[in-house]
Design a protein around this ligand. Structure first.
Ligand SMILES: Cc1ncc(COP(=O)(O)O)c(C=O)c1O
Length: 402
């Protein structure tokens, strides 16, 4: 039997992208890849995890670590996160926190929780590809979230109604966004909260890269601003998503959501239905490593990735032909490169692969697949010399095509 013929209609929105197929070619040897979006494994706090896992599996703790645990998450970890959130201007307690299997799982749960078919999700243009992947299963309509565009909220709401639903949330990654590396200033953050208040919708704040700032001062998270405006976390409309993936380890799959208690309680029910809980052993190990080395480890990452970011920015300035522009991030893992005329980034990638360098074409990050003239570069995985060689190769390919 052709089982595909009876898949639910929601499955039709979940396609393997053409770009992912292209990126499979990356497995060739000697390609310098700026396509990934992952931490440098050489910088994992591996010894701290060895000790933490050993301790977690010993004696009475071992019996806890190998057992089922509450869906909300391991309490000492939630308490550590509550303290950490306090340092970001988000006073909350452990009951405002759910531990998730990475922030990706929280994106899925929030899609499931908010989106009826045809409802509108406001997203950046471009935005994080994995968020679109998570939301697509719930068959939303997408509209553009642009806090500087001055588009009347009434127009956005009218378009949402014409699309058969209402605006349910604005999804935003305010610090060093994936894919652009761009950070929203306090005025733009305030504008998003204003828009959300006018539309009476939620705000999903994806803070996956928040700790990875290499220059400038921290800007208060949207949830902190929301708390200040509304008088306390229980009055807020923002769901903050954190992750240990970019700081301690993506493989252990530990992230968290912070929100008003009724929102967290609903997410706990989704967690119970989805996978019961995040792995107990992983949560215990993360709690131990976070308690012992989080701050010094962040300093190590900031130093290493900050140097790589500067190296890539300098290499772009040295080598790119006139007319090519790029973002100037203050942190994160990505730089976004744009050129003025129509030159398909997928064709650029094919030529780049022949020249042994790779990136992700910009189209992948647009909800409507538009925008041919951009690409995303990752700088967290390569050391300086490799960055210099790779950017020289890429600049040569683009110069030949322009
Ligand atoms: C902006 C953003 N959000 C969320 C995620 C998901 O991360 P995780 O599920 O590992 O926490 C990523 C991963 O690349 C990301 O770039």
């Amino acid at each position: 039997m052709n089982l595909q013929s009876i898949f639910a209609s929601r499955i039709s929105g979940m396609k393997a992208s053409e770009i992912r197929e292209l990126l499979k070619l990356l497995d060739q040897p000697d390609i310098i890849s700026f396509a990934g979006g992952i931490p440098d494994p050489a910088l994992f706090p591996q010894e701290a995890f060895q000790d933490a896992m050993q301790a977690a599996l010993t004696g009475a703790t071992g019996r806890v670590a190998l057992q089922y645990a509450p869906s909300e998450g391991y309490l000492p970890l939630r308490q550590w996160i509550a303290d950490h959130m306090g340092t970001l201007g988000i006073p909350c307690d452990a009951d405002n926190i759910l531990i998730t299997a990475g922030s990706q799982q929280a994106l899925d749960y929030l899609g499931k929780m908010f989106l009826n078919k045809g409802d509108t999700a406001l997203v950046g243009w471009p935005t994080y590809l994995g968020a679109l992947g998570a939301f697509n299963a719930y068959q939303p309509r997408y509209d553009r979230l642009d806090p500087s565009a001055n588009r009347p909220v009434t127009d956005i709401m009218a378009d949402a109604a014409a699309g058969g639903g209402t605006v349910k949330f604005a999804y935003v990654s305010p610090d060093f966004a994936n894919p652009t590396g761009v950070t929203l200033n306090a005025v733009q953050r305030g504008a998003i909260l204003d828009m959300a208040a006018q539309m009476d919708c939620a705000v999903i704040e994806d803070a996956a890269y928040q700790s990875l700032r290499y220059r400038g001062d921290d800007i208060p998270p949207l949830l902190a601003m929301d708390i200040e405006r509304s008088g306390g976390i229980e009055n807020t409309r923002t769901v903050y998503l954190g992750s240990f993936s970019k700081t301690l380890s993506p493989g252990l799959r530990v992230g968290w959501a912070v929100a008003a208690k009724p929102v967290i309680q609903q997410m706990v029910l989704l967690k119970q239905a989805g996978d019961l809980q995040t792995a107990t052993l992983n949560q215990i190990a993360i709690a131990d490593v976070a308690r012992r080395v989080f701050d010094p480890h962040i300093r190590v990452l900031r130093e290493a990735y900050g140097t790589r970011m500067q190296a890539m920015l300098a290499a772009l300035s040295r080598t790119m032909p006139e007319g090519v522009t790029w973002t100037d991030p203050d942190g994160g893992m990505f730089i976004w490169v744009t050129w003025p005329r129509a030159m398909d980034a997928k064709v650029v990638l094919q030529n780049a692969l022949a020249a042994k360098v790779a990136f992700v074409p910009g189209q992948a990050f647009f909800a409507d697949g538009s925008n041919e003239n951009s690409l995303r570069l990752n700088f967290s995985l390569a050391i300086e010399d490799t960055i210099n060689t790779g950017i020289e190769r890429l600049a040569g390919v683009i110069a030949d095509m322009m």
